[in-house]
Design a protein around this ligand. Structure first.
Ligand code: FMN
Length: 196
């Protein structure tokens, strides 16, 4: 393991970029935490769709009707991931931004498979009480791959969550001695060692 701060930061981003691109990566499904309307912490697993080191952003997809969309837009967000193979925990702090109606979100929507887009056909918003166990999808589409025409009305239910990363807390576990470093955008990502 390198003890050079710029190398560690670059490696952390390399892991995140792979996490966005490779569904077998342990960084593909981090926990994303927000603060709800009652001031309580709310964490949930989300699929990391893309990480971009140049702009220090992470991209997630979600249902525009879910409570976290309102909780997160323009607010602080925390993303937590652990890579068991590398023994590295990344605690990421950032600012959330929700995209819904613009051409960029349209492009992302159009690139997803129709199977992936099917969950946005759910009739009720996530968290709505149901009379019994159910997917919430219209019955006629259960087990079916929707066509482009069938999926089109679900587009308003799709939102993109961008996390503008402002800090990365990197922790490496090792028998020979744990190491921890914190990188902040505010100090130009210079990085500093801290006690693990
Ligand atoms: C492996 C896995 C991946 C998930 N991916 C997403 C995702 O990409 N986007 C999403 O909104 N929810 C995803 N979920 C569901 C969330 O964890 C959560 O249950 C749901 O979004 C409702 O959360 P909310 O009530 O905070 O809105 C995933 C859950 C699991 C277990």
């Amino acid at each position: 393991m390198s003890e050079d701060l710029p190398t560690i930061l670059a490696d952390a981003w390399r892991l995140l970029v792979r996490g966005g691109a490779d569904r077998r990566s342990p960084l593909h499904t981090p926990a994303v935490a927000s603060v709800d309307a009652d001031g309580l912490p709310q964490a949930r697993v989300m699929v990391l769709r893309k990480a971009d080191a140049a702009t220090a952003t992470l991209r997630f997809h979600t249902d525009a009707r879910s409570p976290k969309v309102a909780e997160l837009d323009g607010r602080p967000v925390s993303v937590l991931a652990y890579h068991a193979g590398e023994n590295i925990q990344l605690r990421i702090a950032g600012t959330a931004r929700i995209g819904r109606d613009d051409a960029e979100v349209d492009g992302i929507w159009n690139q997803s498979t129709t199977f992936a887009r099917r969950c946005y056909m759910a009739e009720q918003a996530p968290g709505t009480p149901l009379p019994g166990p159910a997917s919430g999808l219209p019955e006629w589409i259960e087990g079916q791959q929707p066509t482009i025409d069938q999926i089109a009305p679900a587009r308003p239910n799709f939102a993109v969550l961008w996390v503008q990363v402002t800090a990365i807390d990197w922790l490496h576990l090792a028998n020979s001695g744990h190491r921890r470093a914190v990188f902040r955008r505010a100090d130009g990502w210079r990085g500093m060692w801290v006690a693990p």
